[in-house]
Design a protein around this ligand. Structure first.
Ligand SMILES: [Zn+2]
Length: 522
């Protein structure tokens, strides 16, 4: 009986005496059970005791009433081994300029007002996992010397991390930024994880530096995602990714701008999704090594893709989905990963994809270019002994009509064929038939009759070997006109003329096909 009564008078959480009617002490009692005045009075006494005994700052599960400013209200500028785990702040909480020594815990804490951490230095590890900040989260700038864990935290209003300095690992797994998230000018020195993070508003990472791996796998950007913006030529807000940057399966619902100043390794957008009508800009300047933009299985449908890449930057489009996407040919030419790596079979598939995309947006000039490229890749992939005949045939087709995309090739080929035959006819000679009329009379040898020679004509076949006549004959034969003023000589001459007429007819058909194809008859 006695024991039961005693336990009733103790706080259920910390064994301090209960506060008035509550089952909890003054610190753990709900906001309705205590006044701000009596809470702050008790808090002051508690903090003074910690200072005096050099104890730990233990505020676990405390329920703060009203606004709290640790520096002004309690004269605390340095915290040691601090725990605000599961603490509730019912008003704004100010920690501005404070130093936290040792590890600090804000796990599962609830801030119902703003959380002010401006100018704060965390010397040890910090835990904000599952914390909820309903007001603004102000960390600009804060200095995190140890590891930081913000996983599953919810920042309901704007978050400010501008110029914040993360010296340890920064974990933002599955964090939710309810409004804007500003990391402008922040520095992440170790690996950074934003996996499965949700950015409901604008995400600003302009001028941010990621010195190691930056992982945004499965992150969702519902507003614009700015990893650097160009306001004008002088004013770049370029992000620095010193190592890898991974946006695998990330979803971009707004425009995504990646203006990247330094990128030593690759940037991955594998399986990434860009929402219709939005723009994905990737500009990479100052490239030291070869950089691969990983667009494997990326989904680009009805979007605008702007690429400003340097020579060494290549794009890997393996199994990507690109449809109705506005791309400029000049921005991808010479940047196709598989082509540069001489994997021509894969490159062929990618050019087919690009070709179909250009067709879908009605850029027929560029479609021709991509189609030609696709054929080039096919030819190059056949360039080994086993499929030599394929390669030769493909080379032949490329030269004579550029796979139906180069009418000028047909014209040049035709001219070349005419010249070759001209030279051959110059050697073999062509016949120039001439009827020789014989006038006068003659006495027949046997009968002795007088014969009138005017009625007789003799056909004389002059053989001509000069160039202009050969050229004329070659052209007439090629075009299958055949006036008959010149004729092939018997034997080789006839074989040559026949062959040229056949080739000529074929080339004419080819020209009509190619010309029609290139002028809209597709
Ligand atoms: Zn208590």
């Amino acid at each position: 009986m006695n024991k039961e009564k005693k336990s009733f008078n103790k706080c259920l959480i910390c064994e301090r005496p209960t506060h008035k009617e509550s089952k909890y002490c003054i610190f753990h009692a709900s906001a309705e059970e205590k006044t701000e005045e009596e809470f702050k009075k008790a808090l002051k006494e508690y903090v003074n005791k910690i200072k005096k005994e050099d104890g730990d700052y233990d505020f676990r599960k405390f329920i703060f009433v009203g606004e709290i400013n640790f520096n002004e209200d309690l004269n605390v500028a340095t915290f040691k081994n601090t725990s605000f785990t599961k603490t509730t702040f019912n008003g704004d909480a100010y920690f501005c300029g404070a130093t936290f020594e040792g590890d600090t815990g804000f796990g599962k804490a609830i801030f119902k007002g703003d959380a002010w951490f401006r100018g704060v230095t965390f010397k040890g590890n910090v835990d904000f996992s599952f914390a909820t900040i309903e007001g603004s989260s102000i960390f600009d700038p804060a200095n995190f010397k140890g590891n930081v864990d913000f996983s599953f935290a919810t920042f309901k209003w704007d978050s400010f991390f501008a110029r914040a300095n993360f010296e340890g690992e920064a974990i933002f797994w599955a964090i939710t930024f309810g409004q804007s998230a500003g990391f402008r000018g922040a520095t992440f020195k170790k690996v950074t994880f934003f996996n499965c993070a949700t950015f409901e508003g604008e995400a600003d990472f302009g001028s941010t530096t990621f010195e190691q791996y930056a992982d945004f796998e499965r992150a969702t950007f519902k507003g614009d995602a700015n990893f650097g913006i160009v306001h004008n030529k002088e004013y770049f807000q370029a992000t620095t990714f010193e190592q890898y940057a991974d946006f695998e399966r990330a979803t971009f619902k707004g425009d995504a701008n990646f203006i990247i100043k330094v990128l030593k390794k690759n940037i991955g957008f594998k399986h990434a999704l860009i929402t219709r009508g939005k723009t994905l800009v990737i500009a990479i300047t100052d490239v030291k090594n070869e950089v691969v933009i990983n667009f494997k299985k990326i989904c680009l449908e009805n979007v605008y893709l702007e690429l400003f890449l340097e020579k060494k930057t290549v794009i890997d489009f393996t199994k990507a989905l690109i449809r109705n996407t506005v791309i400029k040919k000049s921005q991808i030419d010479n940047h196709i990963f598989h082509e540069e790596k001489k994997n021509f079979l894969e490159a062929q598939e990618i050019y087919l994809l690009i070709k179909n995309n250009f067709h879908s947006i009605g850029q027929y000039e560029d479609e021709s270019w991509a189609f030609k490229k696709e054929r080039d890749m096919e030819r190059k992939s056949n360039c080994h002994f086993k499929s030599l005949h394929k390669w030769l045939w493909s080379c032949f087709l490329n030269i004579i009509y550029g796979y139906g995309e180069k009418p000028w090739n047909v014209i040049f080929s035709a001219l070349l064929i005419i010249i070759i035959f001209t030279l051959l006819f110059s050697v073999t000679g062509i016949g120039n038939p001439e009827i020789i009329e014989i006038k006068g009379t003659a006495i027949h040898q046997n009968s002795g009759d007088i014969v009138d020679l005017a009625s007789k004509g003799f056909l004389k076949n002059n053989v001509i070997r000069n160039f202009p006549d050969s050229l004329y004959f070659s052209t007439i034969t090629f075009t299958t006109l055949g006036y008959g003023d010149f004729r092939p000589l018997e034997g080789w001459g006839r074989i040559l003329a026949g062959s040229e007429a056949f080739i000529g007819a074929f080339m004419m058909a080819l020209f009509v096909y190619t010309f029609a194809r290139r002028t809209g008859g597709r």
